[in-house]
Design a protein around this ligand. Structure first.
Ligand code: ZN
Ligand code: ZN
Length: 354
């Protein structure tokens, strides 16, 4: 969503398909051109913490499902454990993994972190949908019971900061940087007004202090100061606030991407300037906000190197260690002879057919 008139340019009911996500979610395809997804690139940084988490989940499931494991230990492998069926999850065929033999159960236990990640990511998407709907309509739309506590925390956040839908200058939109070949989806930009609440005034006062301007929060209220912040909602299952350096990197990236591609449209406008970045963590027990450093330095020294490393791994990593990369000259010559023969054959074949 774009405020102040630009919205009139956008017919949200038109079925544009000019932005798509690749099946694996690693790329945005914008007007037929592939852009690396920012979250995918930054997730690669985050792997270390996930290893003990994934191991713990598998270990816990082993105890929860002890009878299943004991039964499976006596069953011979079905030899179908690694088959990937094309049909829907609720259908079965004779190629399906048996799910009861030792190897099948072992894989099921080991894959628990994948199911957990998918479940949480699905929760996150639905929480974002409710927040986005609110910024268009000013009301909380119907939602599933499993995300109700996160939505309650979201409502608390907008109440505490006195935010109204008109303060949402930009809701979910794709930000594009064609120069570095990357794109990402921002949760938007919110204008905070000091006079609306103590929390908003203190937020503004902190940002000004970081810039060297000392304005008490009460004075910020008197002066009716405002700041525009690029925001990111994170849903977190644990009842303990935790922020990661990647949160700052992500906002540094989005803040400095030059182009906003308005969602469900082919409208592009320049990125709006902002005063900083704010992560809003929504948890079942409440929420926390955290201002993060997402300045030019963070963009150039943190975000861009991380993105480029991931791009290199994706596009050149396999070739860098492949036995096919360094080839004997004899092999190259033989390949060229074969290619020439194939070309000649292709040119002749119409004549042979005649
Ligand atoms: Zn099957
Ligand atoms: Zn099996």
């Amino acid at each position: 969503m774009i405020g102040e008139g630009a919205e009139q340019m956008i017919r949200r009911d038109l079925p544009f398909h000019s932005v798509e996500e690749s099946d694996d979610g690693r790329w945005y395809i914008i007007d037929g051109v592939r852009f690396m997804s920012v979250t995918t690139a930054l997730n690669a940084l985050d792997k270390r913490g996930l290893v003990p988490w994934a191991g713990g989940l598998a270990a816990e499931l082993s105890f929860l499902e002890l009878p299943t494991l004991v039964a499976a230990s006596r069953k011979k492998p079905c030899e179908r454990t690694w088959n990937r069926c094309k049909h829907d999850d609720n259908e079965t065929c004779e190629r399906c993994p048996c799910r009861v033999c030792r190897l099948c159960v072992q894989k099921w236990v080991g894959d628990r972190h994948k199911r957990e990640t998918a479940r949480r990511s699905d929760e996150g998407v639905r929480v974002h949908d409710v927040a986005e709907w609110w910024s268009y309509h000013g009301e909380i739309k119907d939602h599933d019971a499993d995300i109700a506590l996160y939505i309650k925390s979201f409502g608390q956040f907008v109440d505490d900061y006195g935010i109204t839908p008109e303060d949402v200058l930009l809701a979910e939109a794709i930000l594009v940087n064609r120069e570095v070949g990357a794109a990402g989806q921002t949760d938007g930009i919110i204008r905070f007004h000091a006079e609306r609440s103590e929390a908003a005034a203190k937020l503004i006062s902190r940002i000004l202090a970081a810039r060297g301007e000392r304005v008490s929060w009460r004075k910020a209220q008197k002066l009716k100061l405002t700041v525009d912040l690029i925001i990111d909602y994170k849903s977190r299952e644990n009842d303990e606030a935790k922020f990661y350096p990647e949160n700052a990197l992500q906002l540094a990236g989005y803040r400095h991407f030059p182009v906003i591609r308005v969602k469900n449209s082919d409208v592009e406008i320049p990125m709006l300037p902002v005063d900083g970045g704010l992560v809003i963590q929504l948890r079942p027990d409440g929420y926390s906000t955290r201002l993060v450093v997402c300045d030019r330095f963070t963009y150039e020294h943190g975000f861009l190197p991380a993105l480029r490393t991931y791009q290199w791994v994706t596009e050149h990593g396999a070739a860098a260690v492949s036995s096919h990369t360094f080839v004997l000259p004899e092999t190259l010559a033989a390949r060229e002879r074969q290619a020439a023969k194939d070309r000649a054959g292709a040119e002749q074949s119409p004549a042979e057919a005649a």
